[in-house]
Ligand binder design. Structure first.
Ligand code: APR
Ligand code: PHB
Length: 398
């Protein structure tokens, strides 16, 4: 015989979306339980981008989880585009009348949110097995799972699907009720994390004939680098030395000379895709974050889109429980998707501009490369073009 629990909102997934939603709801006095299939350590083991938009920082400040971010995060006023053997700075701060981004690893955001949740004594079921979401189009939505061998049924009024791209929530929606748009890119990113000082103060995005490269960081002593690679490539094909040699070839001479190399403490290959599911609400089930959309990491939008979804969802649910209004939940999907599609467009555009595509693709081959060079040369000479890039990169308003 299992146990039955009740809550107002059942959140599936303890990644950034689920944890931030839980924190915002708790602050407003709305009861929410998180059901996570992995252990907390496993969740923290994921290495993800960490360029935070102002809106994301403000949400973390609102729930009181921004102290370490303000101590350890790195405010960035710009980044470099590297092409034709030279670097060109995009001055975000000037082009957006004083806005900037903060570089702070997603793992640290997740850790801060986890610590906050534990300190508040809020319920999170880690290592939940066989999670199922039921009757979300009916009167009695509920989540069933097994936790520490105990069959559990969690009755709720709403289910927040914060369970990522491979989660159970979107997969539980009847196929005829959902439209899934997807574009898979014909290359991957080979990423390395190293305990070395970053090659530069700010990020460097490089378009090179050999392929894209990105120089990023987690702190002044922890660097994150990527080179575009084939989808058929394997991590075991890349020694550290081979990675560093390839990265140097794709950078300008100054950066190549200044690059400090070291042993990789993490090395992985990730595919790139653009994916959007429409709508994002199905009765009492709401999708948020990677459960609803994936962007190629070029524009560093993934975490920030999760944050804006969670902003819309938390305000909608709080409105319902505190004021009895359904206005927010009834417009949740269209408000999210309006911002999601704009960020998806920007991420697709920046990816298409910076990567080498095969001959068979529209922007591929020699002519594709020449068209990219022309756009980059125009971009860095046009105040208007750089302003468009800058306002999308720092994040459109929530
Ligand atoms: N039951 C319970 N939990 C699940 C299930 C399931 N069936 N399937 C997946 N999960 C959990 C995963 O283990 C993960 O911890 O849901 C969580 C989803 O977290 P993320 O994948 O990080 O997605 P999200 O919280 O939306 O954060 C988006 O993460 O992947 C990056 O680039 C992305 O920065 C963006 C951010
Ligand atoms: C990262 O630091 O992992 C990172 C930064 C910026 C991006 C993508 C990834 O656009």
């Amino acid at each position: 015989m299992g146990i039955t629990q009740r809550t107002q909102v059942a959140i599936i997934g303890a990644g950034p979306s689920g944890l931030l939603l839980g924190a915002l709801l708790a602050q407003a006095g709305v009861d929410a339980v998180i059901v996570e299939q992995r252990s907390a350590d496993y969740v923290l083991g994921r290495i993800r981008a960490g360029v935070l938009e102002r809106g994301t920082v403000e949400l973390l400040e609102r729930v009181g989880v921004a102290d370490r971010l303000h101590r350890e995060g790195l405010p960035h006023n710009g980044f470099d585009l590297c092409f034709g053997g030279a670097r060109h700075r995009i001055d975000l701060h000037r082009l957006t009348q004083g806005k900037r981004v903060v570089v702070y690893g997603q793992t640290e955001v997740t850790r801060d949110l986890m610590d906050h949740r534990a300190a508040k004594g809020l319920i999170t079921y880690y290592e939940a097995q066989d999670v199922a979401v039921l009757d979300f189009d009916g009167e009695h939505p509920r989540v069933t799972f097994t936790h520490q061998g105990q069959a559990t049924e969690l009755h709720c009024q709403f289910i927040a699907g914060c369970d990522g791209f491979h989660g159970v929530c979107r997969a539980s929606v009847p196929p005829q009720a959902i439209t899934q748009h997807e574009r898979v890119y014909p290359f991957g990113w080979l990423g390395v994390l190293s305990r070395t000082p970053p090659v530069a103060e700010e990020l460097i995005y490089s378009n090179h004939e050999r392929g894209f490269a990105l120089c990023s960081m987690r702190s002044h002593t922890l660097s994150r680098y990527y080179v575009q690679c084939s989808l058929q490539d394997r991590v075991e094909n890349w020694s550290d030395e081979a990675f560093w040699d390839e990265l140097r070839l794709r950078l300008d001479p100054q950066a190549a000379a200044q690059l400090v190399t070291g042993a990789s403490i993490e090395k992985s290959i990730a595919p790139l895709r653009s994916f959007v599911a429409e709508p994002m609400r199905f009765g009492s089930l709401f999708l948020a974050g990677d459960a609803a959309h994936i962007v190629p990491p070029t524009g560093a939008k993934g975490l920030n889109l999760a944050a804006s979804d969670v902003h819309y969802l938390s305000t909608s649910l709080i409105e319902f429980f505190k004021e009895g209004s359904r206005a927010g939940i009834d417009t949740y999907s269209q408000r999210c998707l309006s911002r999601v599609w704009k960020a998806s467009r920007f991420s697709w555009w920046f990816t298409s501009l910076m990567h080498r595509f095969p001959q068979t693709e529209l922007s591929g081959g020699a002519i594709g490369y020449r068209l990219q060079q022309a756009e980059l040369e125009y971009l860095v000479q046009s105040e208007a073009a750089m302003t468009v890039l800058a306002e999308n990169y720092i994040g459109l308003p929530f």
